[in-house]
Design a protein around this ligand. Structure first.
Ligand SMILES: NC(=O)c1ccc[n+]([C@@H]2O[C@H](COP(=O)([O-])OP(=O)(O)OC[C@H]3O[C@@H](n4cnc5c(N)ncnc54)[C@H](OP(=O)(O)O)[C@@H]3O)[C@@H](O)[C@H]2O)c1
Length: 314
């Protein structure tokens, strides 16, 4: 089968199409004929060697975390899906595995039946950012129309899910995005918008009950000036020191720094599927063919897209 691999850390130039044997499944696994893979920023952070401590430095490496496709074989103990089912899923260890190729073998607990209302590229877009958005919602806690939430960097995949979920919870949300994305983030549920190419959200004099930084450019230190007493800063891009020290620092501050490390648990994905069946929108603004996977990453890594970027594998 064909797969995208790389033999050294680096830019998109290290990506190559290789031929390799089809994966062999274990008793608890399913083999999926991959139809679509959605791109996540984590893919290129790993490829550039930014996560070396967790990814290790063994090559060749595969890339891509979230996929959708058709089940073509199931292990002897699998009962949750059958051959021919359309599914979407993710890998067990996104630091060591990659799904961008014609077939993938994963535990049956990490695939879910594709909602009929969405296509394969939309389904592949769900696991990592969808689960992270649900987790962010839980960490923000109960919201009312009086609760002010700021989502900084709202036009990507994570923001797409989070804005729509916050809207359903009745929060009063402000989205920070670039000019071309302002109308979209409003459609996703933002009550007000800030154009980061023209204004600095830090100097607008408005404070929030929750600040979610999806851009990685604000950070807790700056965010504090936007935070009310008893508010939270949700941080999905923490550094290792933050992961270790925030629980202790939070004991002494009413402005909590909350690190978010998502895992797509079954109940989280079930919750998302219900929201999708109720009309939650998944926008995949650009889809590239498999042969242009390198171009897909070039495009995604430049930024400026809306929602998700995906690869049509087959
Ligand atoms: N910890 C976890 O479990 C977890 C899970 C999922 C995602 N994440 C991380 O969360 C982050 C967001 O995920 P994503 O998939 O939504 O990424 P994304 O699609 O790259 O979205 C990031 C957004 O930030 C915007 N941005 C860039 N510079 C900005 C600035 N100065 N001010 C305001 N916004 C700015 C970008 O807009 P333009 O492109 O228009 O510039 C883009 O829309 C990523 O770093 C991802 O790795 C973490």
């Amino acid at each position: 089968m064909k797969a995208i691999t790389y033999k050294a850390f680096g830019g998109t130039d290290v990506l190559e199409i290789t031929d390799e044997p089809q994966p062999v499944i274990q008793a608890d696994q399913v083999l999926v004929h991959v139809k679509a893979v959605a791109i996540n920023p984590l893919d290129w952070k790993i490829r550039k060697g930014e996560m070396k401590l967790m990814s290790g430095s063994r090559f060749p490496k595969h890339t891509g975390t979230d996929f959708a496709g058709i089940v073509v074989a199931i292990g002897s103990s699998v009962t949750s899906v059958k051959e021919g089912d359309a599914v979407f899923g993710t890998v067990k260890n996104n630091m060591k595995e990659g799904v961008l190729g014609e077939y993938v073998a994963v535990p049956s607990t990490l695939v879910w039946k594709k909602p009929v209302a969405i296509n394969f590229v939309q389904a592949a877009s769900i696991p990592t950012v969808g689960a992270a958005a649900v987790m962010a919602l839980q960490k923000i806690g109960k919201t009312t129309t009086q609760s002010r939430v700021l989502v900084n960097g709202a036009a990507g995949g994570f923001g797409m899910f989070l804005l729509q979920l916050l809207k359903r919870n009745g929060a009063n949300t402000t989205a920070v995005a670039a000019t071309h994305a302002l109308s979209t983030v409003k459609q996703w549920g933002a009550n007000s918008v800030v154009d980061y190419t023209k204004e600095n959200v830090l100097t607008k004099g408005i404070t929030y009950d929750a600040v979610v930084d999806l851009s990685g450019k604000m950070g807790y230190k700056k965010a504090q000036q936007l935070m009310n007493v008893n508010s939270v800063f949700i941080d999905p891009i923490p550094n290792p020191v933050d992961i270790l020290l925030t629980p202790i620092k939070n004991l002494f501050s009413s402005k909590k720094h909350v690190v978010l490390l998502s895992t797509p648990a079954r109940e989280t994905i079930d919750f998302l599927v219900k929201a999708i069946n109720d009309g939650l929108d998944i926008e995949v603004s650009n889809v590239f063919p498999f042969a242009q996977s390198k171009e897909a990453y070039d495009y995604a890594e430049k930024g400026g897209y809306i929602g998700k970027v995906a690869i049509d594998v087959n």
